[in-house]
Design a protein around this ligand. Structure first.
Ligand code: NIG
Length: 408
């Protein structure tokens, strides 16, 4: 397939990088008046229109339109049962995340609903969300379990994720998040629940190869640094990659713990100071920011500007979940990153594509327009500038989606 007359081909790489950090995030390499050639599901070639091949290929004329690499959304919880608008009403009335959780809402509310939903129905609901994010320009996504909190229900979620991998054109990475909250049955016995994650859940999940990563919500009222270390050590022994939910509600020590155990990402990071920034510098751990939750919970945003100015890489993800971010729209995430966290459009696009791919362990094959990478792209409607993408924040600008080289 040949895409011709592309107004701007965005995020091209001739020497592909696995991630971009600090000042390098601000320079987005683009080709004006470009072509893109796709063969066997991969990006075969690209360049200036004057050098386009004259093959007798199926052709798309992209006059006035731009071509972007698909978004890589590296943090979602999109396999959940039903929505939670009641809590939305509580939030509007002024209740905080912690207050809602204490009243039996929050994660444990979704745990009950998921327990009462059979695998088929859970798959149906999750698959509708997967289809929705495809139309919004996402081509790769990380999906976490964590609304099960017992072996049977965690397996139910991970099997649904596996079915999504098999039946959708999305590239999917699965993450086991048994340590998302302490289930009711273990109230006052958190350490016993950590034992159960390590001894009862990890072995069958590893045996069935149901997960790529293991994650822990390292936060006051959820799991301590010590719990996190125990779970990460066990996960590493089984060969899983590791991730940490860190510093969403306070400075938890989660960032330092993630770095210590070689986490591919530490996520949320609303409470990040100089100490955490220094700890992340020159490591292989990607800071993943989730501004959809800051918007929805109406809480301060993480210090993206300070992080990038200090030389760190930053990734952006949607955190699609029923409690703190019921949306998987990565373009809205770009808009929030720019206007609320003062990232430039170029930085935000890198954060939502290449750096997102890194945080999902996919940057060798996804996240930019590079020869040999999977042909996951979207073609916009006619737009005047690159900046128009985050600027026109509700306009439906994703026109044609191509995943694995095929129009979806
Ligand atoms: O708060 N940080 C952990 N978990 C998610 C899910 C919240 C929920 O279901 O209420 C979040 O961002």
């Amino acid at each position: 397939m040949l895409i011709r007359n592309i107004k701007k081909l965005v995020a091209v790489e001739t020497h592909p990088q696995t991630k971009l950090s600090g000042a390098d995030m601000a320079t987005l390499s683009c080709i004006d008046d470009a072509f893109l050639l796709i063969k066997d599901g991969q990006i075969a070639d690209f360049g200036k229109m004057k050098n386009a091949p004259y093959d007798n290929l199926p052709t798309i004329d992209a006059t006035g339109r731009m071509v972007f690499p698909s978004f890589c959304d590296a943090h979602t919880h999109l396999v959940y049962a039903e929505s939670r608008e009641i809590e939305y009403m509580d939030k509007i009335r002024g209740l905080s995340y912690e207050e809602i959780a204490r009243r039996g809402g929050g994660i444990l509310n979704s745990v009950k609903r998921l327990h009462d939903t059979d695998e088929e129905e859970l798959y149906r609901q999750a698959s509708a969300r997967a289809k929705e994010i495809i139309t919004l320009g996402t081509g790769a996504v990380e999906i976490k379990s964590g609304y099960g909190l017992c072996l049977e229900d965690e397996l139910k979620i991970l099997r649904v994720i596996r079915r999504l991998k098999e039946n959708t054109p999305l590239t999917i990475r699965a993450t086991f998040l048994g340590a998302h909250a302490v289930p009711e049955k273990y109230t006052g016995r958190r350490t016993d629940y950590v034992d159960s994650i390590i001894n009862e859940m990890l072995p069958p999940i590893a045996a069935e190869e149901l997960s790529d990563y293991v994650d822990v919500f390292c936060e006051h009222g959820f799991f301590t640094v010590e719990d996190t270390e125990r779970i990460l050590m066990a996960a590493l022994k089984y060969g899983f990659g590791v991730k940490v939910h860190a510093n969403q509600l306070a400075r938890s020590g989660g960032i330092q713990t993630g770095v210590k155990y070689g986490a591919i990402s530490v996520d949320h990071l609303d409470f990040t100071g100089d100490e955490e920034i220094a700890c992340l510098r020159n490591t292989d751990t990607m800071p993943v920011l989730l501004p959809g939750s800051n918007f929805f919970l109406s809480v301060p945003y993480p210090p993206a500007r300070a992080m990038i100015d200090a030389g760190l890489p930053v990734a952006l993800a949607s955190n699609y979940n029923p409690g703190s971010s019921p949306s998987g729209d990565m373009r809205f995430i770009l808009s929030l990153a720019c206007i609320q966290m003062r990232m430039t459009p170029e930085e935000a696009i890198h954060a939502a594509t290449l750096n997102g791919a890194y945080a999902a362990g996919l940057s060798d094959t996804h996240g930019s327009i590079a020869r040999g990478k999977i042909a996951n792209i979207f073609i916009t409607k006619p737009i005047p500038t690159l900046e128009f993408i985050p600027y026109a924040f509700t306009a439906p600008l994703v026109d044609t989606v191509i995943l694995n080289g095929k129009i979806v």
